[in-house]
Design a protein around this ligand. Sequence first.
Ligand code: PHE
Length: 365
Amino acid sequence: LGFSSTSNREELITGLDDNNVTENIASRVGRNLHLQPNHPLHTIKQKIETHFLTLHTSFETYSNLSPIVSTKNCFDDLLIPPSHVSRSPSDTYYISSTKCLRTHTSAHQSTLLKESKSKCFLCTGDVYRRDEIDRSHYPVFHQMEGVKLFEEGTHVSVIEDDLKKTLEGLTQELFGDVEMRWNTDYFPFTDPSWELEIYFNDEWLEVLGSGVIQPSIITNAGLTQPGWAFGLGLERLAMVLFKIPDIRLFWSKDERFLGQFDGGIVEFKPFSKYPSSDRDMSFWTGSQNFHSNDFAEIVRNCITEDIIESVTLIDEFTHPKTKEVSNCFRFTYRSMERSLTNEEIDRVHFKVRERAVEELGVVLR
Ligand code: PHE
């Protein structure tokens, strides 16, 4: 299902009222980093798939389903309530009121439950979320979903046991002997739900979300067997395993990055660390509902190349009399691939200021 970049635009940027997909985002659809041989995301995907196929031959694998999905598949089928924040246009890229870019690979659960023969599958793909800007957040990332159904009447404790054993085995395969812990979690589509954390490099790191699939999701798909599901983020795993310090690097077309990988898990060697340069920007947020994700989106859109490392709110206060809110954001500019000149940073930064005024109605200070 590869798209050419022109058809991306036409299909994704519709100009409809609900449409909030930007050029920058549209240009990522069809890149399919997880299918690019030797790319770290592909390597991790292969490794997980091989692990599953060795242990459980019946698992089916899907990795080229279109990221354009119906809001029914992405939310309704998963029992995500209409008011849930993940549906908000400040969090999700909408093509129209009924079509969006998938926000998680769980969007394929219902369809694959119906279509899969063995009722056990892995599904990998690019997912899209409007978000903040820092070294571990990017509006496009990659997830892998796993689903397994059991015979009718299987007790929940058996399903829980199998889920935990399976995922502990996978984690061990990827990270070796690490300390792990299960925390209870909440997802609208599983009950009970857990997240798995590992102790790695002196901190607890969330690896995945999982749980026992809500029975009504299964009956709505025309089935009766109970089962489990999990979802994990590939960048998160790859950043740790390959020691990749910045999430933007996955999108690099630079041979100094891509050329380092040959299909195995190897430590990334930074080819150079170019200097960073900070700029601050202060403004009154104005009367409208200011959302920092909208601001981040403007920043990402003013910048055709990935030259922004982070945008951090460093100060916020409310005027005691007028109750107006003032924000100060610190922009850290840095390219992974070359040195930036002050002039080009100033040019981009000025554009961000202008756009924020035009599009968000903020008042610069
Ligand atoms: N879809 C969830 C997320 O993106 C992860 C998940 C998948 C949780 C399957 C439970 C079961 O965070």
